[in-house]
Design a protein around this ligand. Structure first.
Ligand code: SIN
Length: 517
């Protein structure tokens, strides 16, 4: 049966979108798919919060707009920045209405501050805002009988004119793996929404979960959908140096917002010599400052000194960081935390309009996989969850209108072919896939990281191209596995990042090539 809407990805943007459409029209059939379970994705790991102007005595939308433009280093779309900031309170209130709880100070929402913000405006739930949002949205989405949730389903490819007997220049749904049924199924849909997040897993050290492999970006690339600003990969300045249970652990910027200092082994606060805002400068500046420091010293990390933050505050505002640090022998506030930058967020992605529609009719992109123009060359902290809420709302309104217009007939969708090619195998029969994934991460980290050069990009291009050819051959000769699907996307996006980086001729925001310094 043809679906009205297919939403791929179950983080804040996908869930908000699905809820909004379902609230407006209980008759539309909405299929929501998640590669793992509904919880796993970048949203769950967001610590900081949502940037919203609440304290009108001190703050204003003008100030938030200015901070966003400044952080974006002259590359934001000012019109987008304006409407996102202006619509923030309405979207936040809806989220609260759906059951999300934020920390309060008496009756008012508690406001934190992070790098690049001139005022306190980050609403949050302790240091686990994303997890709390995810839980609230999960509960809400399950109340709609017209939303079908399919967990453990992997996007393989979008269905486009390439597959259609008659060309209508649209997206018609997607081929997805049903991991349980061990088959590749066709989901035809009048509208397809990618909310698949970024691709932090391209890098050896990333705050993203390992499933962040750019699946939506890869599928959009193969469908020849326009993408922009892919080389603008933001590194979070402060991830814990030691992995915890195999995962990179983020130390939210909010810790620096309440007095955490960045120091060398000699206890020197080095960020003030990089920028007058010190440790609270925008993220690109702080991440570069830390990496510079790391490159010139023997120890491959710097210290985050939180000794000025009382223990009580650590425990009440940052309980998860407090507990996690303790689990690896770091006693806060006395002990400093060893930190390093880690790949965190894709500022670029699928180019979309003000309603999140891509250049392919019927295909929308929301959240981190999209390039809306909000972030420019460097995203302002806590603007990403805000962007997801605002664009999910706009996309939902646009889709509701689009579904009223004439669309291809049910017979047309029915005639779209089933997946053509080898099927799916749960077993990973290719030993080379994890080896190539690791190799790709090493290349990207070494040559396409915070600091790049024309030569490093050239070397990376050649090596990534070799991996691309191998992956292409595996893809043509073997049954698909999840790992192979992910690697196929990772290698395409790595290649695109490098090619787009080679076309840039100046340093801006998070993009830094030594040869243009
Ligand atoms: C953080 O809490 O530092 C991360 C928030 C964000 O990425 O905006």
């Amino acid at each position: 049966m043809v679906q009205d809407l297919l939403v791929i990805g179950t983080g804040i943007s996908g869930l908000t979108f699905a809820i909004k459409v379902a609230e407006q029209n209980p008759n539309y059939s909405i299929t929501l798919i998640s590669k793992s379970d509904i919880n796993e994705g970048n949203t769950r790991y967001a610590q900081g919060g949502i940037a919203v102007v609440r304290n009108l005595k001190k703050d204003s939308t003008e100030k938030h707009i200015e901070d966003t433009l400044q952080a974006g280093d002259g590359a934001c779309d000012p019109e987008v920045v304006k409407f996102v900031v202006e619509e923030a309170n309405q979207r936040l209130n809806e989220l609260i209405h759906w059951g999300m709880e934020f920390d309060k100070n008496k009756e008012k929402l508690h406001l934190g501050i992070e790098g690049g913000h001139s005022e306190k405006r980050i609403v949050h739930y302790k240091d686990q805002t994303g997890k709390q949002i995810q839980q609230a949205l999960n509960a809400k989405v399950k109340t709609f009988p017209n939303i079908t949730l399919l967990e453990n389903h992997t996007l393989v490819d979008l269905i486009t004119d390439h597959h259609a007997p008659v060309k209508k220049n649209r997206c018609y749904g997607a081929y997805v793996i049903s991991q349980e049924q061990e088959e590749i199924v066709k989901i035809s849909s009048k509208i397809t929404v990618l909310s698949t997040g970024g691709a932090g897993s391209l890098y050896a050290y990333s705050t993203n979960p390992s499933i962040a492999t750019g699946d939506g970006l890869g599928a959009a690339y193969r469908a020849k959908v326009q993408m922009e600003r892919l080389p603008f990969v933001q590194f979070h300045p402060t991830a814990l140096r030691d992995k915890v249970k195999g995962n990179v652990f983020l130390i939210t910027e909010a810790v620096r917002g309440v007095g955490g200092k960045l120091c060398t082994a000699e206890q020197e606060e080095f960020m003030l010599s990089e920028d007058p805002r010190g440790a609270l400068a925008p993220r690109d500046i702080v991440a570069r400052g830390i990496q510079k420091q790391i490159n010139k010293q023997k120890e491959k990390f710097v210290w985050l000194d939180g000794s000025s933050i009382p223990k009580k505050q650590w425990k009440s505002e940052f309980p998860n960081i407090y507990k996690t640090c303790l689990s690896i022998g770091i006693q806060l506030p006395e002990d400093p935390i060893p930190v390093v930058p880690a790949a965190h967020y894709f500022c670029g992605g699928i180019k979309v309009n003000h309603h999140s529609e891509s250049q392919l009719k019927g295909l929308y992109a929301i959240g981190e996989c999209s390039a809306t123009g909000l972030h420019g060359a460097n995203r302002l902290a806590s603007n990403s969850l805000l962007e997801a809420l605002v664009f999910a709302h706009r996309a939902a309104l646009d889709c509701l209108k689009a579904l009223q217009k004439p669309l291809p007939s049910d017979a047309f969708y029915k005639a779209l072919p089933q997946w053509d090619g080898e099927g799916y195998s749960k077993k990973n029969t290719l030993d080379e896939v994890p080896v190539l994934r690791k190799k790709l991460q090493e290349i990207m980290t070494r040559s396409v990281g915070i600091f790049k050069s024309t030569q490093s990009l050239q070397q990376a291009e050649e090596k990534i191209n070799d991996i691309y050819l191998e992956v292409h051959q595996f893809y043509n000769q073997n049954k698909l596995t999840n790992d192979l699907c992910e690697l196929r996307n990772m290698v395409s996006i790595a290649y695109l990042i490098i090619k787009q980086a080679q076309e840039l001729n100046e340093n801006k925001g998070v993009f830094y090539n030594h040869d243009y310094a």
